[in-house]
Design a protein around this ligand. Structure first.
Ligand code: OGA
Ligand code: MN
Length: 295
């Protein structure tokens, strides 16, 4: 059966059928999915029970995996998953939900803010692939916003004003907005701000999108309060209900999104119960702007 994609939203998001992603793909299948990603920016698969190895193998069809180091405050000895996997569950190494005051948990709560994965890295991520291994019964939807539509619907004057703006992104900005303010010297070094264009162009389709993220906390050459207000305004515009799709998870769903064209966030859920979500991340191929210093 050939790969087929059915739209789930007026603007973006497709549901894929006719493929078993636990098995090696044919070149035609990879092409169909890449083309689908360029068009839909988010693809949803159902009934894909995967091991971590299978998820990583599937992800590598779209490029090399990103090095996950530097993206969280979890100490190496506390990691539940192996190299190549991003743990976005609420679980500790013992498989139990993290304590309410766990620093790891409080840091990871930042995923509830609208963001684009790894916008805090000089070379930000291409795709993210999220696999549902244990679904939480209450809440925990993941929402996606179409940043191409957000850009397209800006006034021409605003488009001109923001075309060449460069933002500063850091995990300390997103977490800082939640009052998570204490970092070790090593973390401060690791989370040093990087620069990203505010408007970026998709390398295949040529469509422009607003490159926003809760990690964006300043704009080069603009006074801070003015920058933060502009970013707030743009975020408010970009996350209007008409640009948003909410994914309600069922066990063994896998969702891929293009971080260059979308933002996402997780909604609140019952944290006394497990929610085991595992992410692989396909690395981007270039910075969006020249960086001042090497990484
Ligand atoms: C992520 C993320 C949201 C979720 O995996 O990058 O933000 O629903 N996850 O867990
Ligand atoms: Mn994320």
């Amino acid at each position: 059966m050939p790969v087929s994609i059915r739209p789930l939203h007026d603007l973006f998001v497709g549901e894929v059928s006719g493929i078993d992603i636990a098995k090696p793909l044919t070149p035609d299948e990879v092409t169909a999915l890449e083309t689908g990603m360029d068009r839909y920016a988010v693809l949803v698969f159902h009934g894909q029970a995967l091991s971590d190895e299978q998820q990583m193998a599937f992800s590598r069809n779209f490029g090399p995996l990103e090095d996950a180091r530097g993206g969280n405050v979890t100490k190496p000895g506390d990691k539940r998953l192996g190299t190549g996997m991003n743990d976005v569950s609420n679980l500790g190494k013992d498989g139990k939900p993290l304590a309410r005051d766990s620093r790891q948990r409080l840091f990871n709560l930042g995923n509830s803010l609208w963001h684009s994965d790894s916008s805090f890295r000089a070379t930000p991520a291409k795709y993210s692939l999220l696999s549902a291994r244990i679904v939480n019964k209450k809440g925990g939807n993941t929402e996606f916003a179409d940043m191409r539509a957000a850009y397209d619907t800006l006034d021409d004057e605003v488009k001109r004003e923001i075309e060449d703006l460069i933002c500063e992104h850091s995990l300390m900005y997103s977490r800082g907005s939640l009052g998570f303010l204490d970092y070790t010297d090593e973390e401060k070094q690791m989370f040093k701000p990087v620069r990203q264009r505010l408007v970026r162009t998709h390398p295949v389709t040529g469509r422009k999108s607003l490159y926003l993220s809760s990690h964006a906390g300043g704009i080069v050459g603009m006074p801070m309060p003015e920058a933060r207000l502009l970013l707030r305004d743009l975020n408010e515009h970009a996350t209007q209900p008409k640009f948003v799709y909410a994914h309600k998870w069922t066990l063994h769903d896998l969702v891929i999104w293009d971080n260059r064209q979308t933002m996402h966030r997780v909604r609140r859920y019952d944290e006394s119960q497990p929610r085991d979500m595992r992410r692989t991340t396909v690395a981007g191929d270039a910075p969006t702007v020249a960086q001042q210093a090497a990484e």
